[in-house]
Design a protein around this ligand. Structure first.
Ligand SMILES: [Zn+2]
Length: 190
């Protein structure tokens, strides 16, 4: 009778075994972090089109993009065109999560230096771009959504008939801001 309450205590050993099994299966699924292994020939072709500087590693091969300065390097892998900065990220850092972009810290779209690359969402990418433009173009007020340069660039795009929504997305600002701009409610002086 006195021993009876002790008996069930021996049982918990069994559940412990299942947690071990779960742990080991978790560790085997970890290679999701593994780097993309390209055939040596393909890697040679990749590096043959990269010109390294102290800072950026510039792609000199085939390019594709909306306009000069915003082009991305392209290489063909397994019959598919791949952006070279994304490829560099996969080779050096790891897989790109679904729906994520590979962005440039250096603001140089042709750079494949993995130290300059990071993954972000579309919004991160836009916010990052706008922030860089702001600092490059030297707005005095860091909270200002626009500065003269950005506003005049937006106006120029409006005058070319580019849709307000497109411009808003391009600069990561609200469509209503573009609407105000187009109706002369703000930034009339540029
Ligand atoms: Zn760079």
């Amino acid at each position: 009778m006195k021993n009876k309450p002790n008996q069930p205590k021996a049982n918990p050993v069994a559940p412990a075994k299942t947690t071990n099994a779960a742990a080991s299966s978790a560790s085997t699924s970890e290679p999701s972090k593994r780097l993309l292994a390209l055939p040596a020939k393909k890697l040679d072709r990749f590096w043959g089109q990269v010109s390294k500087t102290d800072r950026c590693w510039n792609w000199t091969g085939h390019k594709n993009g909306p306009e000069p300065g915003r082009e991305h390097g392209i290489i063909r892998v397994n019959g598919k065109e791949v952006r070279v900065h994304r490829l560099s990220y996969m080779i050096h850092i790891g897989p790109i999560p679904d729906g994520y972009f590979v962005c440039h810290r250096c603001d140089n779209a042709l750079c494949v230096n993995p130290a300059h690359l990071f993954v972000g969402t579309h919004n991160d990418n836009m916010a990052d771009m706008v922030q860089k433009r702001r600092s490059t173009w030297g707005s005095r007020n860091p909270n200002a959504k626009l500065n003269d340069n950005i506003a005049s660039k937006m106006k120029e795009m409006l005058s070319r008939g580019i849709k307000q929504g497109t411009i808003a997305a391009e600069f990561g600002v609200s469509p209503s801001l573009i609407s105000h701009l187009s109706r002369g409610k703000i930034w009339r002086h540029v």
